[in-house]
Write a protein that binds this ligand. Structure first.
Ligand SMILES: [Mg+2]
Length: 126
């Protein structure tokens, strides 16, 4: 799959990109919400992984825009949060997140969630 990873932490973004790439996925990376939104418009991605806490446009704000835009109907979105707070998770689901992963993310968990959600969305693997 072609997966958009938006994460403002450089090390964490690189790590997730590497994990996904080594599992056979194509990775489009963005260091903040604004660039993630731009990439969404220019790249035809199969799935998104958004960090909740990013400067400028947060992951939740990108998700809200995405869900309000018919171009991205049915696009699977996984949210990441270091806090793993219930309020964060609830606001994510209210906004239309398909899944949530608490940080720090294990490679196995990340790939399992991505593959499960991809299957559900009929995207196939990888
Ligand atoms: Mg962050």
């Amino acid at each position: 799959m072609k997966i958009l990873v938006a994460e403002d932490n450089d090390i964490f973004r690189l790590l997730m990109g590497t994990i996904l790439f080594e599992a056979g996925h194509e990775v489009v990376a963005a260091p903040d919400g604004t660039q993630a939104w731009e990439r969404l418009g220019s790249e035809n991605v199969d799935m998104c992984i958004f960090d909740v806490d990013m400067p400028g446009m947060t992951g939740i704000e990108v998700l809200k825009r995405l869900r309000a835009d018919n171009r991205f109907r049915g696009l699977p979105v996984i949210m990441l949060t270091v806090k793993a707070l219930v309020e964060d998770q609830l606001s994510g689901y209210d906004t239309g997140a398909d899944d949530y992963i608490p940080k720090p993310v294990s490679a196995e968990l990340l790939l399992a969630r991505v593959q499960a959600l991809g299957r559900k969305a009929g995207k196939g693997a990888p």
